[in-house]
Design a protein around this ligand. Structure first.
Ligand code: ZN
Length: 260
């Protein structure tokens, strides 16, 4: 007998839960009355971790919180969503804790909000990230490393949540979540692209720790580049922020097939 093989009852229990979880996103959702979807907004950085800092001294952590709060307000005002924030203050929250808060709240979607800083100050534009095991290119990997710097542990210990889940079931659920995340990201690129400038490679994938919830479709949005003077000013202007939040809100609504 293998020491690592889970017993049969455990497998059945997990398989049942996995099947229910997958089904509940599809066919069941149509017939079972569910509460309003819970959107978890995650303003990047906070507290002792300022994120990137522009040459004029603008902190990423302040831009991300302001955007998340504005988006939360709009989503709630629309009446179709419940919204929570991983932080609603200038608070340091470790990346793993952000995922734990999303999962603990039963979030149906997680949107992590960041602002970029690129070595080339002339580059500007928004971009969207989804999770990849192998970061898709070196730039994405470098960015992932930067965003994960705040934590000593790069990933989330998912085995802590469900140690008995077999690799096959886990991969199945994660693949499903991944597909949903990619659908979300493509729509984010489309909706943001209608309203603001995007970077050339506007949808990339990287190993962001905050995207590692295996059961919550997630994307990370870099709303613009603080390294670019023009965009730094735009990110702090109300009309531009309005464009951003309108695009983000439209994508969230599209994802759940609900009106904005
Ligand atoms: Zn960031």
């Amino acid at each position: 007998m293998s020491l690592i093989a889970p017993d049969r009852r455990t497998i059945l229990r997990v398989a049942g839960a996995a099947a229910l979880s997958l089904a509940s996103r599809g066919a069941l959702a149509a017939v079972v009355k569910r509460p309003k979807p819970l959107v978890m907004l995650d303003p990047g950085h906070g507290g002792a971790d300022p994120g990137c800092i522009s040459v004029t001294g603008t902190y990423e952590k302040d831009i991300t919180l302001a955007t998340a709060r504005a988006l939360a307000h709009d989503l709630e005002a629309g009446g179709h969503f419940r919204v929570k924030l991983t932080r609603n203050d200038d608070e340091y929250v470790p990346l793993g804790e952000r995922v734990a808060r999303a999962r603990g709240a039963g979030a149906d979607l997680m949107l992590s909000i960041h602002a970029d800083a690129l070595p080339d100050e002339h580059l500007r534009g928004a971009s969207v990230f989804t999770l990849s095991e192998q970061a898709s290119d070196r730039a994405a990997a470098a960015l992932a490393a930067r965003e994960n710097r705040a934590d000593f542990v790069a990933g989330v210990d998912l085995s802590r949540h469900a140690p008995e889940v077999s690799n096959i079931l886990f991969d199945l659920a994660r693949r499903e979540t991944n597909n949903e995340s990619i659908r979300l990201a493509r729509d984010l690129v489309a909706e943001l692209g209608r309203r603001v400038r995007l970077l050339n490679h506007s949808h990339r994938s990287a190993g962001f720790a905050v995207l590692k919830a295996p059961d919550i479709p997630s994307a990370l949005v870099e709303i613009g580049c603080l390294s670019n003077r023009e965009e730094e000013a735009l990110l702090q202007s109300l009309p531009y922020q309005r464009k951003l939040t309108t695009g983000l809100m439209q994508s969230v609504s599209d994802f759940f097939d609900l009106p904005a």
